[in-house]
Write a protein that binds this ligand. Structure first.
Ligand SMILES: [Zn+2]
Ligand SMILES: [Zn+2]
Ligand SMILES: [Zn+2]
Ligand SMILES: [Zn+2]
Length: 310
């Protein structure tokens, strides 16, 4: 054995010792801080040296013991990225066992999640954790801001200059002098604050198949579960006609694009929209009105029962 690999074996034995230490000295509900030396080194050990993601089985190693995640293994053409030796098909069962023995807090523990998970379940949980931060609901830009709802509300107001409204009814006029320009970019966002919650009202124009359409829809700033406690109606009309959409708002967990592409809102064909606009059909003047209310708890969990706005 080359001196360097002996050194490495000793290093990994050390780490194994630290894993034991970690298990005996930290009760399961203790929050682990990343500056704890044992946790740090175990984490480093389970970090793929190529992509730096946490490794999940099968964990591979070269003949010299360098480890690699299964995704990266496919990419490196059978050469160890650390020592350039042939990689072969060696599993690192010891490291897989180490990972199996770990119990770690959800990475959103600082946001309030108190759950502890075996290493291999942690990732699955974190993808659906109720405490995971929300993405910025502002559409039409690649905004990568994430945070809790109060943070995002401030961010929408200050950074995106979004209009903020209090109350559970709305009455908006969307005017466009050249309605023939239908682009994905023509859209608006307004935030409503009522029942102690925030709602995003989207209005936009896009091409639905061959037909240019306008769409209004509401998203709840919170989780799906809570969104179902609210109902909203969206109305648009003119010239003696009216279209009404009614239902629960979607959660901002669903992306703006996902909601739009599922057509879960009030959709108006351009011809009808121009008819609603009255006049010479040259200008788009749509009045969208709506109301948000709290759904009465009913065991069926079905239809929205209107409740008087407070
Ligand atoms: Zn990797
Ligand atoms: Zn190697
Ligand atoms: Zn969690
Ligand atoms: Zn943003």
């Amino acid at each position: 054995m080359e001196p360097s690999s002996i050194k490495e074996s000793i290093a990994s034995l050390d780490v194994m010792g630290e894993v034991e230490h970690y298990h005996h000295h930290f009760p399961a509900n203790t929050k682990l801080h990343s500056n704890s030396p044992s946790t740090t080194s175990v984490h480093e050990l389970l970090e793929c040296p190529v992509c730096t993601n946490s490794m999940y089985p099968p964990i591979h190693q070269c003949q010299n013991g360098h480890t690699l995640c299964s995704t990266c293994k496919i990419m490196v053409h059978n050469r160890c990225p650390t020592c350039r030796q042939e990689l072969g098909d060696i599993r690192c069962l010891a490291l897989e066992k180490v990972a199996e023995s770990l119990e770690l807090p959800c990475k959103y523990c600082s946001l309030g999640c108190m759950e502890i998970f075996p290493y291999y379940c942690k990732l699955k949980h974190e993808n659906v954790c109720n405490f995971r931060p929300f993405n910025c609901p502002y559409a039409g830009s690649d905004c990568c801001i994430v945070g809790d709802i109060p943070y995002l509300v401030a961010h929408l107001r200050d950074d995106h200059k979004v209009d903020m409204h209090s109350g559970c009814t709305f009455n908006h006029r969307y005017v466009k002098s050249n309605p023939l320009e239908v682009e994905n970019a023509t859209w608006m966002l307004t935030v409503f604050h009522c029942f102690g919650q925030y709602f995003c009202l989207h209005f936009e124009a896009f091409q639905l198949g061959m037909a240019p359409v306008y769409m209004a829809f509401l998203r709840f700033m919170g989780d799906e579960r809570e969104a179902r406690n609210y109902c909203c109606s969206l109305e648009v009309g003119g010239n003696g006609r009216k279209l009404i959409w009614e239902g629960s708002p979607r959660s901002i967990r669903d992306s703006h694009k996902k909601v739009r592409d599922s057509h879960d809102g009030l959709i108006v064909q351009r011809n009808l929209a121009l008819f609603f606009s009255g006049g010479d059909r040259k200008e788009l003047k749509l009045r969208v009105t709506g109301r948000i209310w709290k759904e009465q708890q009913n065991p069926e969990g079905g239809a929205c029962i209107p409740n008087l706005c407070s």
